[in-house]
Design a protein around this ligand. Sequence first.
Ligand SMILES: Cc1cc2nc3c(=O)[nH]c(=O)nc-3n(C[C@H](O)[C@H](O)[C@H](O)COP(=O)(O)O)c2cc1C
Length: 217
Amino acid sequence: MDFVEVVKARMSVRAYKPDPVPREVLERVIDTALWSPSGSNTQPWELAVVTGDKKEELDSILVDCIRKGVKPDPDVPIPQDIPEKMLARRNEVHAKLGEYLAPPEPGTSYPLEMFRFFDAPVAVMVWVERSMGDYSTFDAGLFVQTLMLSAVNEGLGTCAERSVILFSNQIREFLELPESKKLLLGLALGYPDPDAPINSARTDRGTVDEFTAWLGL
Ligand SMILES: Cc1cc2nc3c(=O)[nH]c(=O)nc-3n(C[C@H](O)[C@H](O)[C@H](O)COP(=O)(O)O)c2cc1C
């Protein structure tokens, strides 16, 4: 695949084959992502790859939080004041996904499969040292994008999920992380199920001019 093909082939995959992902494949994906840039080459990202019994344990911790109505307390606050244009894009995606995801159980507000990482065989959790501040979040974002593209290059799919860090304290406890670690994002990872209807849901993008100010040309 050439570079543009990889970028455009990446999509959020929300249904996976149960096939395990070999460790050497995961190591290649991570090794490529480690070549992401970061401020002063600080490489502030840290991650856990969770599979097998430990993944089942993590899924059930998160699903329990939802079912028991535990108050979300994410390390990265959920945006409250979303500009109209972006709100419209968000609503469009939510409406599209709503056609495929099971509705939340009564008394809960999220589709449960999100908290099982859409039953992917692998969950990846990403965090940084809290004292590294906002720029490390930017660095980690670059790392995560390279990780997702590297996964596509290996025939894998991913779905970045901020929903799975809603319960940061419970995850920190599970991962045995100190309070100084700021959880940023989780990812589902595995081989995409091409027959699952939800994987046919596609998002679109605006035009170059919609986002770009051209100065001097
Ligand atoms: C930081 C971040 C957090 C996200 N959190 C979730 C999530 O919690 N649940 C989910 O289903 N998708 C989540 N997504 C996936 C986005 O909905 C998706 O990237 C967006 O709609 C564009 O679609 P695409 O990834 O298929 O191109 C997240 C993506 C990003 C980058």
